[in-house]
Design a protein around this ligand. Structure first.
Ligand SMILES: NC(=O)c1ccc[n+]([C@@H]2O[C@H](COP(=O)([O-])OP(=O)(O)OC[C@H]3O[C@@H](n4cnc5c(N)ncnc54)[C@H](OP(=O)(O)O)[C@@H]3O)[C@@H](O)[C@H]2O)c1
Length: 509
């Protein structure tokens, strides 16, 4: 069989062809951080391994340590060996290592940014990066403005007619609508909107992109994807770990800002949006903007939201500290580690359907899923005892782990009597496809180098998401400490009551 990439008859616009980035370099700020070591540098290696980076690709690390190029090279080497998805190959590594450089400095050091500008220039001359550079801000959000301004001051942000400069910004993008607007202004003063890539790494996940295929490539689901058939939607991102060592980032931020504002609202947008006219970036983002504009908190907020903070106790046979005992957190911290909200998408398709979004740390299991729960059949022509064990039909998109889709429906229990019970039908990526899914950061870094913005939220999406969340955050700010919940549980009692009040229950994935 002729493979897609070496078939001369195939149209070069064919979306199945591997896309290889053009000449370019990537500068990472915050290279000693967790994200850079565990995700970014391994993803760059994986892209190199798959042959998706250009020949002269160069990687520049910027950090305050007093390092030489080879010290940084060692850091990249070790993080690749430990965390890369694809096997370590000396030949791939050696090629990548030739383009690795390090610049030492702090964010307020003009000289350091001038040296960085010179390094970027030298790399173009030596390795033919075409003057095209992406700047990845893998740094504390408080440093986004100063680094953006330094990029402007040093001329690093200046593109020309035939070169590009792009900036990649990690979450969280602001801490409320006001600060997000201020940050957008600073960033857009320096980079035009099409050069700004705000990362929401959930959008880089295969399972999330598959939501679009599931909805829009099939005839089966779309006719019932509305308030006539859907009872409610539950979007969950649960983690079983705590926040040890992350106080600097998390204290005062909390679960809603950390996860609901970005990941969960993006999942809601993809679940609820109308079919885009195409998958062109503008068309896709326009639909997300439309659906986020129609999304509002459903009140009263005391009954339709819940927040909690994990207490100390036992989890999986281990004694674990509560948040207030974790190093670095204020002893009276009111930061929530669990948040649940009820939203409504106020349009013809969804009016009246609650969207329940929840996230938390130290919960029973690590799982992210979208569950579309359908209404009961309007009439059951069985004795009531026959359907006692019949729940509601549900379509569950398993985002992680165990990526796939589950359909739950009622089936007759074998035997001579009529008894109907829930069964599930499963699609698992691991079973259906032989190739493993790329890591989200692999896909997203490649998209940045290719200038392909579809999977990156635009500033309007970010601002709309804060508009949805701000009234809830303001409501919580007026209340005292969040309710405590035991480690390994599924959140505080008020979260259960929030659904029980409407005759529903959270799924226990
Ligand atoms: N970790 C994740 O999984 C994850 C997931 C999603 C988003 N994010 C976001 O990604 C970004 C990075 O996260 P992270 O977990 O990697 O953070 P981190 O471990 O705290 O690393 C922060 C990095 O920034 C550098 N830095 C801080 N202040 C600096 C200064 N004044 N001058 C120069 N360098 C400075 C640190 O360098 P030193 O080593 O010299 O201190 C370090 O390399 C954050 O915006 C975070 O919100 C992280």
């Amino acid at each position: 069989m002729t493979r897609a990439w070496n078939n001369p008859l195939r149209d070069p616009r064919d979306k199945r062809l591997p896309r290889i980035a053009g000449p370019s370099s990537l500068v990472i700020f915050g290279v000693t951080g967790d994200l850079a070591r565990k995700k970014l540098m391994p993803a760059i290696y994986d892209l190199a391994h798959r042959g998706l980076l250009p020949a002269g690709f160069s990687l520049v690390g910027f950090a305050r340590r007093d390092w030489e190029h080879q010290d940084f090279g060692e850091l990249v080497h070790d993080s690749v060996k430990e965390h890369a998805r694809t096997p370590f190959k000396e030949s791939v590594w050696n090629r990548l290592a030739e383009g690795i450089r390090f610049v030492q400095g702090t964010f307020d050091d003009d000289d350091a940014f001038d040296r960085l500008a010179q390094t970027v220039k030298d790399l173009d001359a030596e390795r033919g990066t075409g003057g095209n550079t992406a700047f990845y801000l893998s740094i504390p959000p408080s440093a986004f403005p100063v680094v953006t301004k330094q990029l402007a001051r040093s001329g690093l942000a200046d593109a020309s007619d035939d070169t590009w400069r792009r900036v990649v910004i990690e979450k969280p993008f602001g801490r409320d609508l006001k600060s997000a607007k201020e940050l957008n202004e600073i960033v857009n003063d320096v980079f035009p909107e099409e050069s700004v890539f705000r990362i929401d790494h959930y959008l880089g996940k295969e399972t999330v992109q598959n939501l679009l295929a599931l909805r829009f490539a099939n005839q089966l689901f779309e006719p019932i994807w509305n308030a006539n058939y859907v009872d409610h939607v539950q979007i969950t991102m649960a983690e079983d770990i705590g926040l040890g060592g992350r106080a600097g980032y998390y204290d005062g931020i909390g679960a809603a800002r950390d996860v609901i504002q970005n990941h969960l609202l993006q999942l809601l947008a993809l679940t609820a949006m109308e079919e885009p006219v195409s998958f062109a970036p503008r068309a896709l983002r326009a639909e997300k903007v439309k659906v986020l504009s129609a999304t509002k908190p459903l009140g009263p907020l005391d009954e339709t939201t819940a927040r909690g903070q994990y207490a100390g106790g036992w989890q999986g046979g281990m004694k674990v500290p509560g948040l207030l005992q974790e190093g670095g957190f204020a002893k009276d911290s009111t930061t929530e580690t669990y948040a649940a909200v009820t939203l409504e998408v106020q349009n013809r398709r969804w009016a009246g359907v609650p969207f329940y979004l929840r996230t938390g740390k130290r919960l029973g299991r690590r799982v992210t899923e979208i569950a579309v729960v359908f209404k009961r059949a309007p009439h059951l022509p069985f004795d009531s005892t026959s359907t006692e064990e019949l729940g509601q039909n549900a379509l569950v998109i398993r985002v992680q782990p165990d990526e796939g889709i589950t359909l739950r429906f009622g089936s007759k229990v074998p035997g001579t009597t009529m008894e109907v019970r829930d069964v599930t039908m499963d699609f698992g990526y691991g079973h259906a496809f032989t190739e493993s899914s790329p890591e989200a950061y692999e896909r997203l870094i490649l998209d940045v180098l290719l200038g392909e913005p579809s999977l990156f939220p635009v500033n309007e999406e970010v601002e709309l998401s804060w508009e949805i969340l701000d009234p809830i955050l303001a409501h919580w700010a007026k209340k005292g400490a969040p309710e405590a919940y035991p480690p390994g549980s599924w959140g505080p009692p008020s979260a259960d009551e929030m659904l029980e009040r409407t005759g529903r229950n959270w799924r226990r994935p």
